[in-house]
Design a protein around this ligand. Structure first.
Ligand SMILES: [Zn+2]
Ligand SMILES: [Zn+2]
Length: 173
């Protein structure tokens, strides 16, 4: 959905959106390495001063991605708050209270804010870099490829244990 900056009243604008996962995936042009098994919910608040728009919002989503260890698909819940700052077309004098490191300023090419792109961008920032289906996922055997969460293979993995991990295990006992 696109919001024209001019349409945002000075008093602000609040929006509650529900975006279908497939629509979001299509908007990303198939470049995502995750999918959305359910609709994404967002609550956005826009406030405007002249050409400058501040957006704060809350996004709730579920993403389906592949575990970095066992490669199985799993769903990961995302629940985030963000605030973003837009200005139409050109740089503006920054509000003294707003330190540059406190917020990313996005310059708009036109005079519209694309909420779909904004929501996608925020979710992408929140996707785990090393996704794990569970904290202690055992992963795949490096020798035979067996999923060690499901089965124990007969491969000799004695030399594979990281000594630091072994120490941790001792501590737990
Ligand atoms: Zn896993
Ligand atoms: Zn094996």
């Amino acid at each position: 959905m696109k919001i024209k900056i001019d349409d945002i009243p000075e008093a602000g604008l609040e929006l509650s959106l529900k975006e279908e996962g497939t629509a979001l995936g299509e908007a990303a042009g198939g470049t995502l390495d995750f999918s959305f098994p359910s609709p994404v919910e967002a609550h956005l608040e826009f406030s405007r001063t002249g050409p400058n728009v501040q957006v704060s919002g809350e996004i709730k989503a579920q993403i389906r991605l592949n575990c970095g260890r066992c490669l199985n698909e799993f769903d990961h819940d995302i629940s985030l708050y963000f605030s973003d700052y837009f200005t139409a077309g050109r740089a503006v004098e920054k509000d003294k209270e707003l330190k540059p490191e406190d917020m990313d300023i996005s310059y708009l090419e036109g005079t519209e804010i694309d909420t779909t792109a904004m929501i996608l961008g925020q979710i992408a920032l929140d996707v785990p870099i090393q996704p794990l289906c569970k904290e202690d996922c055992k992963g795949l055997c490096t020798k035979c490829g067996a999923d060690l969460n499901i089965t124990e293979c007969a491969c000799d993995k004695g030399d594979k244990i990281d000594p630091r991990l072994a120490k941790l295990k001792d501590l737990k006992k």
